[in-house]
Design a protein around this ligand. Structure first.
Ligand code: HAM
Length: 436
């Protein structure tokens, strides 16, 4: 048997409903907050992600799926959405109108990571990116949209951690201090961190191996080395979050896993053991130079991405069900070949009117077909046999009230609509319920 690749998983119909619902809620909130959708290729030219060795992150250097296509071109399956989005922003000159551009995207990303719960090789991100002036208001627009999204799905137990990496000048100052400090303590660092010391010392602060190491815990903090401009920007972001009553924790060790960030960075954690180390369900920050680095004008960006797989795990862990159970308006039971043929037509006409309905395609007994109606959680069961056909009528059983009536076949859609609208059994919500 051929099996799915390691680190991937199938999303079966019941789960697919949840994905679709989550995606729809996110799309709705994006519309409210004025973010417009962009769809970019799932693979990009290798250089989109591997920029002149500028990025020292594990993700870019050890985890990308790179391949040579049949035309000898080097390609990369996108490991994240930001770089492709910036590439498209630049290539399509979305900046020419001089306006702030607010985009969202959704789709699979690929990283060759060690799979575990909440960490996959194909996973799904819903991302937001905003390009425009380096305004703290835009940072807060992004963060507050994330909070709105979490409110919309009812997910609680969240913690926003935030930090500033400052602008280039601030980071250069800080980098010198860090190099000096870690060089003096080099023997206490893990092998990867020793390597990071020359490539990108800030990344040492993010080390998962050394995270409880005193040398890391006592390392100098960036806050002290921010220049006035960076300090002002960060303080304004925090003040605006306070105004909106958005709670956060300033975490001086937060540096993020990608190298393009500057100034504000943040992560949203789901506070629970359920996801272990993979409890960051949304993360992002400001990137002031990426548009320029990818050949565009000097326009800063800020954005975030939600880990959709992890959000669904968190929702399940909280017992939050965002979709209504599978259901049909009606299930049609037929007795005999003639009834089945007539039934096919009835169903087709109902479906054209928007009813969710189905019938049994097996030559099953009456009992088995009733079971199938139950399995499909049908509000009504329609029964069509030889007698009904002769009388041009159909039996309709309301599975909520248990009432049974005989209705002219031609009037069936009209009748059902009336019943659904006046159904008291579920407070008139039947129709909504059946149209997830
Ligand atoms: P990231 O932190 O690498 O940032 O990923 C964002 C989110 O994607 C993570 O917080 C996590 O929820 C989810 N994620 C990452 N890797 C995996 C994985 N292997 N399996 C399951 N979920 C995963 C970015 O990708 C940036 N592009 C975010 C951004 C947008 N920054 C600015 N704009």
């Amino acid at each position: 048997m051929i099996t799915k690749p390691k680190g991937t998983y199938d999303i079966l119909p019941e789960e697919s409903l949840k994905w679709a619902k989550l995606e729809n809620v996110f799309r709705r909130v994006c519309a409210i907050c004025n973010y417009e959708e962009i769809r970019t290729p799932i693979f990009e030219q290798y250089e989109t992600f591997h920029r002149d060795n500028k990025d020292s992150s594990d993700m870019v250097n050890k985890e990308t799926y790179d391949f040579i296509d049949r035309g000898e071109r080097k390609m990369t399956l996108r490991p994240e959405g930001t770089a492709g989005c910036v590439r498209a922003y630049v290539e399509n000159k979305l900046y020419v109108n001089n306006k702030v551009t607010k985009l969202f995207y959704y789709g699979p990303m690929f990283r060759y990571e060690r799979p575990q719960k909440g960490r996959y090789r194909q996973f799904y991100q819903f991302g937001l990116e905003a390009y425009g002036p380096k305004s703290p208001y835009l940072d807060v627009d992004i963060i507050s949209t994330a909070i709105m999204l979490f409110k919309a799905i009812g997910l609680k137990n969240l913690r926003v951690r935030i930090n500033s990496l400052g602008d280039k000048e601030s980071r250069d100052n800080y980098r010198d201090v860090l190099v000096k400090y870690f060089t003096e303590n080099i023997d206490s660092l893990c092998a990867d961190c020793k390597d990071r010391l020359t490539k990108n010392p800030l990344r040492i602060l993010d080390c998962k191996v050394d995270k409880n190491n005193d040398v890391l815990l006592n390392a100098p903090q960036i806050g002290k080395y921010l220049n006035n401009q960076s300090k002002e920007h960060f303080n304004k972001v925090l003040a605006l979050l306070d105004e909106l009553n958005i709670e956060y924790v300033v975490d001086p060790h937060l540096v993020r896993g990608l190298d393009y960030y500057s100034d504000t960075v943040f992560e949203v954690e789901y506070i629970s053991d359920a996801l272990g180390n993979q409890n960051v369900i949304c993360a992002g920050g400001r990137y002031n130079d990426l548009v320029k680095d990818l050949g565009g004008p000097d326009i800063p960006g800020v954005g975030l991405a939600f880990g959709m797989d992890r959000i669904l795990l968190a929702l399940a862990n909280e017992g939050i069900n965002i979709v209504n159970p599978k259901s049909l308006h009606y299930f049609l039971i037929t007795l005999g070949e003639e009834a089945k043929e007539a039934g096919e037509k009835i169903i087709y006409n109902s479906r054209l009117k928007g009813f969710k309905c189905d019938m049994s395609y097996q030559n099953a007994s009456l009992k088995a077909q009733f079971k199938e109606a139950d399995y499909n959680n049908a509000m009504f069961t329609l029964i069509l046999g030889e007698d009904e056909l002769t009388n041009k009528k159909i039996n309709v059983k309301n599975n909520h009230t248990k009432e049974q009536v005989s209705i002219e076949i031609d009037k069936i859609n009209e009748y059902l609509l009336g019943e659904i609208n006046k159904c008291q059994n579920c407070g008139g919500k039947c129709h909504e319920k059946s149209t997830n």
